[in-house]
Write a protein that binds this ligand. Sequence first.
Ligand code: NAI
Ligand code: MG
Length: 367
Amino acid sequence: MESKKHFRLAVIPGDGIGEEVINEGLRVIDYLSSTLNRFTFESDYFPWGCEYYLETGKMMDEDGLDKIKNHDAIYFGAVGYPTVPDHISLWGLRLAICQGFDQWANIRPVEFLPGVEGKLNHPNKEDLNWVLVRENTEGEYSGIGGRNFTGRGLGKEVAIQSSVFTEEGCERVIRHAFNVALKRKRKKVTSVTKSNAQQYGMVLWDEVFERVSKEYPEVETDKWLVDAMAAQFVLHPEELEVVVASNLHADILSDLGSALAGSLGIAPSANLHLDGRFPSMFESVHGSAPDIAGQGIANPIGTIGSAALMLEHLGLPEEAHLINDAIRATTRNGILTADIGGNNTTKEVTDSIISHISKTTRVSNRV
Ligand code: NAI
Ligand code: MG
């Protein structure tokens, strides 16, 4: 018999609704672990985030990366609160982890859940699903630049924010997108670019896409400028399968995708380091939603779906499948938080997900 797997998770709830949704995700993982008896896990909590910053002057411990580098995965809530400037909170924690651990592929599936109205007028909405593969360490979010010339007086400051596109960085994420496409029914990769205006970085991106695509003759390809791609998301989403894009482009397109599917609250994501040196990090696409924090109404589906991506990454595809099925059963039954048109609480949605998992596992145990 296969031996039981054991995992060490670094849990970083962060700010705002981060803590509310991460606790729900952990409840689901805990339930799977205790009922199926196929894996065990331990969670180490790290209280990093904006409150921590206000107390200590740091978003995370100085040796924070060392503290979590040997964990099997990082389960992340969200970071950011109005008490701390967003660029400090994001760079001090989330981007520090993505770059520090070279989590170069950000996988963001877009799924149209049954029972969710969504914002897209499309005849076959429930058949739509695609996955965004986001370059996650460089491009527009390389963090290269500076501000200067304040000495010249008011209104004369200069800021430079450079994008960095390395051939290696483009190639590994584009190649990964092709490998993701190979596992899907329709084998197609769409490259998002802006090489008409950004004649250096994005032209390199295009050339690498062209070169890598030759190694995958069975995969259909196309290429869109990012502005036209935004329109394509709305007008012809049935044409989308695997969409690979730079850090900024995919950041924007993934919010658009999840909004079309109903809400930012339902979109999961995986920040993958695939070279075996560091852990990967799993989090919803949304932020800390300060406008609804503390009310118990945040949609936990994005974060619970991220737990499914995490379990799949840890070699537990059946568990991941159980979670995703239970999410669909829950929305199909109309158990919905306010952002997707219902009036259920965060906890009620999770309870329903757990109860569907319990029904499925009881049935399969009987067979
Ligand atoms: P946001 O994603 O937090 O919220 C945008 C809108 O979507 C809000 O109206 C919010 O209520 C709603 N929303 C988001 N998640 C929801 C959920 N699970 N259930 C129901 N409604 C939900 O984006 P916003 O407002 O631009 O940023 C808030 C803070 O989050 C900022 O400090 C920002 O820097 C940070 N942020 C952090 C991210 C991360 O940690 N990965 C990603 C995006 C933003
Ligand atoms: Mg974003």
